[in-house]
Design a protein around this ligand. Structure first.
Ligand code: SF4
Ligand code: SF4
Ligand code: FES
Length: 239
């Protein structure tokens, strides 16, 4: 990337960035974790989930789509933002059907890990208990729509990385849902090795016959809270 590097601050810490980086990209590189759900570094950002919302120069702004700029003042880790992010996560739990104790993704799930990170302890909203299907038609993959948080990572990954366009959205508002090209997985071009499968942040798209290979208690977020891989860069640099 060309152009002069510049700095801005996040919670009073000076962050160096290069032209073209978003706020979240510059913070990732600097070892500052901004919570996120729809963002993935290999995918084009869309700003869907709002979990990454920071106060940037006094205004609530999605850090995953906001270009970093010289002298910007960013608030990220504050009690008010944590409370707002917790509310977003609580709403996602209430909108779907999440039974973590029976879910293959438990311990590896980004939604669950954010619930822990933000101190979610009890339901804050009435659960909607929507009626959603499971599509197990494919020999190698199933989709449990009960756990889908409509983050669009699979939609973007299938298009931009797999070159397939297997997924899209249908419906509006509370009726919006993930749709599979052809109607069912077995009529689509999906394969177990697709990036669209790998990038689902929850237990919605699952590869068959791989469940519980890593037992509960020994999974990614059992070992360390979500974001630790990013903050480790900064803590490591201080040593
Ligand atoms: S997808 Fe995540 S939050 Fe939902 S049931 Fe599974 S582990 Fe829990
Ligand atoms: S299936 Fe997974 S990746 Fe796709 S929109 Fe739902 S939660 Fe996101
Ligand atoms: S991570 Fe930025 S809006 Fe979802």
């Amino acid at each position: 990337m060309s152009g002069e590097r510049f700095t801005f601050t996040v919670d009073g810490v000076r962050v160096e960035a290069e032209p073209g980086q978003t706020v979240i990209e510059a913070c990732d590189a600097a070892g500052i974790y901004i919570p996120r759900l729809c963002h993935h570094p290999e995918l084009p950002p869309v700003g869907h989930c709002r979990v990454c919302t920071c106060i940037i120069d006094g205004r609530p702004t999605s850090a995953c789509v906001m270009p970093a700029a010289k002298g910007m003042v960013v608030e990220n880790d504050t009690p008010a933002l944590t409370a707002e992010r917790r509310t977003l996560i609580e709403m996602l739990f209430a909108e779907g059907n999440h039974f973590c104790q029976f879910c293959e993704a438990s311990g590896d799930c980004e939604l669950q890990a954010l619930g822990y990170l933000f101190g979610m302890v009890a339901p804050a909203f009435p659960h909607l208990w929507p009626k959603r299907p499971v599509d197990a038609s494919h020999p190698d993959i199933y989709i449990d729509h009960n756990r889908c948080i409509l983050c669009s990572r699979c939609v973007r990954a299938s298009r931009t990385l797999d070159g397939k366009a297997v997924f899209g959205f249908e419906g509006r508002g509370i009726d919006m849902h993930l749709a599979v090209a052809g109607g069912h997985l077995d009529e689509s071009a999906i394969a177990a090795a697709d990036k669209a499968v790998e990038m689902c942040p929850v237990g919605c798209i699952v590869v068959k016959r791989t469940g519980y290979r890593t037992p509960y208690g020994r999974r990614r977020y059992d070992a360390a809270p979500i974001g630790s891989d990013i903050t480790a860069k900064r803590l490591g640099a201080k040593d």
